[in-house]
Design a protein around this ligand. Sequence first.
Ligand SMILES: *Cc1c(COP(=O)(O)O)cnc(C)c1O
Length: 385
Amino acid sequence: MSKYIDNLNNYYVNTYSRSNICFTSGKGSILVDENGKEYIDFGSGIAVNGLGICNEKVNEAVIKQFNKIPHTSNLYYNEPQGTLAETLIKRTGMKRVFLSDSGAEANECAIKIARKYSFDKYGDNRNVIVALNNSFHGRTVTTLSATGQDVFHTYFMPFTEGFRFAAAGDLDAMKSALTKDVCAVIMELVQGEGGVVALDKDYVKAVAELCDKHDILLIIDEVQTGNGRCGNLYAYMEYGISPDVVTTAKGIANGLPLGVTFVGDKAEYTLSAGTHGSTFGGNLCSCAAAVEVLKQLDEQLFKDVKAKHDYIIKELSGCKGVKSVTGMGLMLGIDCEDNKAVLKACREKGLIVLTAKNKIRLLPALNIPDELLKQGVEIIKEVLK
Ligand SMILES: *Cc1c(COP(=O)(O)O)cnc(C)c1O
């Protein structure tokens, strides 16, 4: 075992069960470990390196910004945040963005917006947020409270109050959950950590209509589904809905930390001076990266993502032991026997994949070259044999 591995085992809090590999470099969809072994990357650092590791244009923009000025504080104006905010608003039809550092932080902001929107308009006692069973919204105490999986609701009591859960895809369950104390609904359109399950379009549209009818804010968590991952800039665009709040992070800055909370018409002015903030939020290098990421997230790339999706589905559904391949775009889950063994066998053959619940989860870079995609898929097929 290498010195690097020993260091983390000896001096880092034991929160991760890491694989015994230490990556030291990478380019595009290739990862290299400390022994020089190369791997095809079907994980993208959990949907973060969406445009490949060390994307040239992104890295250039970051280095340029870093050498100009990496941080100013949010007490002053700056160029990269402004350019990014304008681009995001023009491409989504939302009204404003708040920039933070992570998915959990973007969701915390969305939760504060929902509670304050309702407080401003209706006063106390209308603060419940309905989330879905099997969801994942982050690791802070409040976003854990919003996460619909019991395993996350241990040890850290008391959790934040005011969350209620409904079965995903069950419209009647949603209807009964939406009592008059509810201020918002939060959902992922494709439940990522929950096993890569895409919600039904009619269900999502019906929930959006219910929310609209009762002035309940609809928050769509696009931390994982966003930024081209599902074959459109944001997955809600594929669902044909207009959410009140959208959150994203992971792939937005291709490797640098950045969280985004979008607000639409209703909540445009809900947060006012002094009600929210973040010291590192919208870091200038992260914003410079995101501006460059958005330039590359164009219609052609979305088409490619959809074609790659079709290819993977065609190749892997019906393989031995595969019960189903689910998901949207390049966010896919393979329901197979013993996913941990499949992951390990793939790794030995030079392919990095992820898991989600009992599935194998694939999150390759959106621009993975067809040849590498094919090689990776062949490895999975071999392992499944
Ligand atoms: C990863 C994830 C989060 C948490 O993001 P962090 O950046 O780790 O805080 C929240 N929601 C969803 C849907 C995610 O996939």
